[in-house]
Ligand binder design. Structure first.
Ligand code: ASP
Length: 471
């Protein structure tokens, strides 16, 4: 059997074809019936006089002949609008329930997200969602090709790992083999990517899944998100900003040709100026905020290296010290300010750079510390105990075997797509997102596990917790 894709039918006028797909719509005109057949490649009108009883969204096999439509019946809205299929045979491969849980031919923004997520496989059939997923794929493949052409190496780093503090709460995974010990899911591959620079790769990237147990917000997905993680050796901040700007400029041109960037080169604003002038460290610099196609990228630089430590700083001594890293603890101080680390740390500027788009922070990065003595100084200033310091010994050790000066950035893929597609939430650009309570309502996760499983990982649940879960 030869399958013809829907989009190929236009080139096959007069030929017999076999099509597979979903019934998008049915119009019954008594003797003659019309069906729009949809597959991943497009939509085509099928006409017949002997359709079996069908429901929309059923999966069918259609055999028929491709016919040119008379001039006045051409449908300019669809790619196959010049032809239609004269159906000889319809075979139902899988009948869909008559009633769908919700309509999928509208944008769906107003439908309860809980139901949309419960039937996500249906929700993803919605043209808006299908388009978002395809644009996401185009975006990542453009980025990948672009970086590979510039001699970057794509390297995967572990998911079962040890905490890399980015200032959020860790997800922990109990170890079966090492009693009483836990892996942490990476908040980012920060340490690995720096160690890859010590390993001599010079240019690394990865579409990295990052796990942070933070409360969800519209511009933050619960639990996990994806970033384009980049690290480079022998670079200055300028090189990282330039590379990122080039990548995004070419990406927009190629994948989002309708969008217009309002100012190039992207403005660079110091953190201090941003707060003074715009009252925000992620200002929305669009000239016309109603213009859907305007993109206002900006760099925010010259951040203070430290912010005040709060209880939310889960790792950095939890409120016991005055300072917490503004970015993360591997960010290099501005070389002009290194002396101030001893006299007035609050005045030290870091070599951090944030990427802002239309009022959203869509990425951040920095030049890193590569001198063990400065790294030790930062550990002290953020109040690390001897034990915490020990946890990062491998970084200090690595830095003793020839470490190149290095730095990087990590633009958030979900955030970028949400902003550029004008979606109200990250969940609209993620195939299977958690909901606002951190649940996957389709698979019903998180879920209880058996006592045997718990025993294997040496865990006993607090009775109180069990009761709470049963409620
Ligand atoms: N690891 C940082 C983050 O996840 C990015 C970076 O410094 O490159 O935000």
């Amino acid at each position: 059997m030869m399958r013809t894709l829907v989009k190929e039918t236009v080139k096959k006028v007069g030929e017999e074809v076999t099509l597979f797909g979903w019934v998008d719509t049915i119009r019954d005109h008594g003797k003659i019936s019309f069906m729009d057949l949809r597959d991943a490649s497009g939509m085509v009108q099928c006409v017949g006089d002997n359709f079996p009883k069908l429901t929309i969204e059923s999966v069918v096999k259609i055999e028929g002949e491709v016919k040119k439509r008379p001039e006045k019946l051409v449908n300019k809205d669809i790619e196959t609008g010049e032809i239609e299929i004269k159906v000889k045979n319809v075979e139902i491969l899988s009948l869909s329930k008559e009633q769908l849980p919700f309509p999928i031919d509208i944008d769906g923004h107003d439908i309860d997200e809980k139901i949309r997520n419960k039937y996500r496989y249906l929700d993803l059939r919605r043209p808006r969602m299908t388009k978002n997923m395809r644009i996401r794929s185009k975006t990542t493949s453009f980025m990948r090709d672009w970086l590979l052409k510039k001699d970057f190496v794509e390297i995967e780093t572990p998911i079962l790992t040890k905490t890399t503090p980015e200032g959020a709460r860790d997800f922990l995974v109990p170890s079966r083999l090492q009693i009483g010990k836990f892996y942490a899911l990476p908040q980012s591959p920060q340490q690995y990517k720096q160690l890859l620079m010590v390993a001599g790769f010079e240019k690394y990237f990865q579409f990295a899944r990052c796990f942070r147990d933070e409360d969800p917000r519209a511009d933050r997905a619960y639990g996990e998100f994806t970033q384009l993680d980049i690290e480079m050796s022998f670079v200055e901040q300028e090189d990282i900003l330039k590379l990122t700007e080039e990548l995004f400029t070419e990406l927009v041109k190629e994948v989002f040709p309708d969008k217009k960037t309002s100012e190039t080169p992207w403005p660079r604003i110091s953190h201090k100026e941003a707060l003074k002038k715009y009252g925000s460290d992620k200002p929305d610099l669009r000239k016309d905020k109603k213009d859907k196609n305007e993109l206002a990228f900006a760099w925010i630089v010259d951040f203070p290296l430290f912010v005040e430590q709060t209880k939310e700083d889960f790792f950095h001594g939890s409120g016991s010290s005055k300072f917490a890293p503004s970015h993360h603890m591997f960010t290099s101080p501005n070389p002009d300010d290194v002396k101030l680390l001893d006299s007035d740390p609050s005045k030290v500027r870091g070599l951090q750079h944030d990427l802002v788009l239309n009022g959203f922070e869509i990425g951040g990065g920095s030049i890193r510390i590569h001198q063990p003595e400065i790294q030790e100084k930062i550990f002290k200033l953020i109040g690390f105990s001897e034990k915490q310091r020990e946890e990062f010994k491998h970084m200090l050790t690595a830095f003793k075997y020839g470490v190149p000066p290095h730095g990087g950035i990590a633009p958030g893929l979900d955030r970028f797509l949400m902003v550029i597609l004008g979606e109200p939430s990250l969940r609209e650009v993620i195939a299977f997102p958690k909901n606002k309570e951190g649940r996957d309502v389709m698979l019903d996760a998180p879920s209880s596990v058996s006592d045997k499983q718990l025993k294997e990982v040496h865990i006993k649940l607090d009775v109180g917790v069990e009761k709470k879960n049963k409620k």
